[in-house]
Design a protein around this ligand. Structure first.
Ligand code: AMP
Ligand code: MG
Length: 407
């Protein structure tokens, strides 16, 4: 039997980032960068005020603590204007937050520290301004290059763009960004027992639930989804639905069920007759059977049919594959250390157990959410993490530290 890590490595070696494209910044959230981003200019790109106030020469305020200082206001600098004055001794300029510091000035005194505290719109600048506080050089000034300098690498290739990254790219004036294309993933359910979600239940039938949960996971992994629907347990039905994935040339086909050794497991047969299939038994629980192969040149990952196995298999194998396809270097799910709040028995396979985590005086304590059968979806609904019990471990005592994959 393969270990989880071996199976994942074998799978990932077949996946490479999809093609690149140059797209408008507004469409770039969650995409992975296909290039390093180098700053074309300093940020901020000019010395500017961090307060509404008066730009001054700090030296003129030296004696302000002893007695009130009065400066003459020689200019008014709103945000967005290019100051033309040069302050000389005894002079100040009214200045707004974000406005460029005039030459000659080396500090800003906030409006609330002066005798002029009228901040309503349309107020004209006063003739003079007085204050009683010495101001330090650089006070309330955001100097050019404070955040970053031209030529610095700001973000690296493979980085998944967060909202604040888009803000920074906009600050750098980058309207189009070279990113990896979104992978396209086709999803297939299979089984004669499966009904559409709104069909009334009848004897022996169940609703197809995997295609809803897996669809959401695929989209959550930032891939475009192609729903192939539910195949009957026949060769023709499976082949017919897979044709759509071939026509659309998706980057990955994901299926649930139909790949074990049952008499009606036609997905397996169809993949084998039009490509190749490795059927692996992975040393994990739930989700031991895992199929990996290629269908008419498209990578194929066959997850088990049991709902919990399918979703755990997605987190362990499919999400990393999609991540690789989308060119991302940084992960999307966090694994943290938690302490077991109860004794946990395991069967020696690498186990992914559904658990709830609570914070007790700063320590994260995990307790199982209930029946751990691979068909018991409720316990996964109630869980906020999967505890990872390593292979070879049969019993984890109360208080022991284990890894938890946060859902
Ligand atoms: P199989 O791999 O076809 O033997 O299916 C294993 C178990 O998963 C059976 O109990 C199936 O009824 C169940 N199952 C398969 N596909 C789905 C699905 N799409 N939604 C919910 N349960 C499923
Ligand atoms: Mg079946």
């Amino acid at each position: 039997m393969l270990s989880v890590a071996e199976a994942r490595e074998r799978i990932l070696s077949h996946f490479h980032p999809a093609a690149e494209e140059n797209i408008p910044l507004i469409e770039c959230a969650n995409r992975a960068l296909a290039v390093d981003i180098i700053a074309a200019h300093d940020l901020p790109s000019f010395d500017n005020s961090s307060m509404d106030g008066f730009a001054i020469r700090a030296v003129d305020s030296r004696n302000a603590a002893a007695s009130s200082i009065t400066l003459s206001v020689v200019a008014d600098i709103p945000a967005g204007s290019a100051p033309t004055v040069t302050l000389t001794q005894g002079q100040a300029a009214r200045i707004m937050t974000g406005a460029q510091i005039p030459s000659g000035a080396d500090a800003v005194i906030a409006v609330e520290d002066t005798d002029f505290n009228d901040r309503s719109a349309n107020t004209l600048a006063p003739q003079t301004v007085s204050f009683t506080r010495a101001v330090k050089i650089g006070e309330n000034i955001r100097p050019r290059g404070m955040d970053l300098h031209a030529g610095e690498t700001v973000l690296q290739k493979g980085h998944r763009l967060k909202p604040q990254d888009l803000g920074l790219l906009a600050m750098l004036g980058m309207g189009h960004i070279r990113v990896y294309k979104k992978p396209r993933v086709a999803l297939l359910s299979s089984g004669d027992e499966l009904l559409e979600v709104d069909a009334p239940l009848s004897a022996g039938k169940i609703h197809d639930s995997n295609s809803y949960a897996l669809a959401a996971l695929i989209q959550n992994a930032e891939a475009d989804l192609l729903r192939l629907g539910v195949a009957k347990d026949t060769h023709q039905s499976v082949e017919g639905l897979l044709q759509k994935a071939v026509d659309e040339q998706v980057d990955l086909i994901v299926s649930s069920a139909g790949v074990s050794v049952g008499a009606f497991d036609f997905v397996k047969e169809v993949i084998e007759s039009n490509g190749s299939l490795n059927f692996w038994r992975v040393n994990m629980r739930p989700g031991k059977p895992l199929a990996f192969g290629e269908y008419r040149g498209i990578p194929f990952l066959g997850l088990p049919g049991n709902p919990v196995s399918a979703l755990v298999g997605f987190e362990v194998f499919v999400r990393p594959a999609i991540k690789r396809l989308s060119g991302q270097l940084d992960g999307t799910r966090l694994t943290v250390k938690v302490r077991c709040g109860e004794e946990i028995e395991s069967d020696g396979r690498e186990s992914y157990l559904r658990a709830k985590i609570r914070n007790e005086n700063g320590i994260h304590i995990a307790t199982l959410t209930g029946h751990q059968g691979s068909g018991n979806l409720l316990s996964l609904v109630q869980a906020d993490a999967l505890l990872i019990i390593p292979a070879g471990v049969k019993c984890v005592p109360v208080g022991q530290e284990v890894d938890a994959l946060l859902l």
